[in-house]
Design a protein around this ligand. Sequence first.
Ligand code: G3P
Length: 214
Amino acid sequence: MELFLDTASLTEIRTMWDIGILDGVTTNPSLVAKEGRKFEEIIREICALGVPSVSAEVVATDTDGMLAEGRRLRQIHPSVYVKCPMTPAGLKATKILAREGTRVNMTLVFSANQALLAAKVGAAYVSPFIGRLDDQGQEGMDLVREIVTIYRNYKFPTKILVASIRHPVHVLEAAELGADIATMPFAVMEKLPNHPLTDLGLARFLKDWEKVPK
Ligand code: G3P
């Protein structure tokens, strides 16, 4: 399973990249806005670190606009995946971009039928937003389960990228279901290596080590 950071912060990305547990980065307009820097500059810098998958989102809402933005973003670096929204215009743009060889991440997916359509138009990734469904009182992980079943039924090559992750249990459940990728905020990823028993165990080993004759 691949682990992505859902951020546009170079500081956060560098931290996880240095540890060696980062497989990719997803950004969106809200995350980019937080940085107060130019969008394409941020994407270029993330790619320059060597991150192999960097999702950059279009903001046009019509197909022609999405195509123009997607083609431009794709030119930034071979690691760029173009994010298109799950709308009829986004589906049309995805189909054209995919045929041109651009890898598209279809975003804002909230139903299994939407995911089916994303696969049919050749999206490289489909991004179900789990946390936002949970926020609505709907079990977000049920959607991942449905998509896994549908994609297995038809052997769709589209990768399931579980997005809008809020806590480590979401990562665990996504992995148990066999999702391809989980993208998460820095605050969630930094919790993954931690366990209080690891800390206690290490402290005890180090204390006992002091008794070993040197
Ligand atoms: O980047 C897409 C998705 O992960 C956003 O998550 O936390 O804004 O619902 P969130």
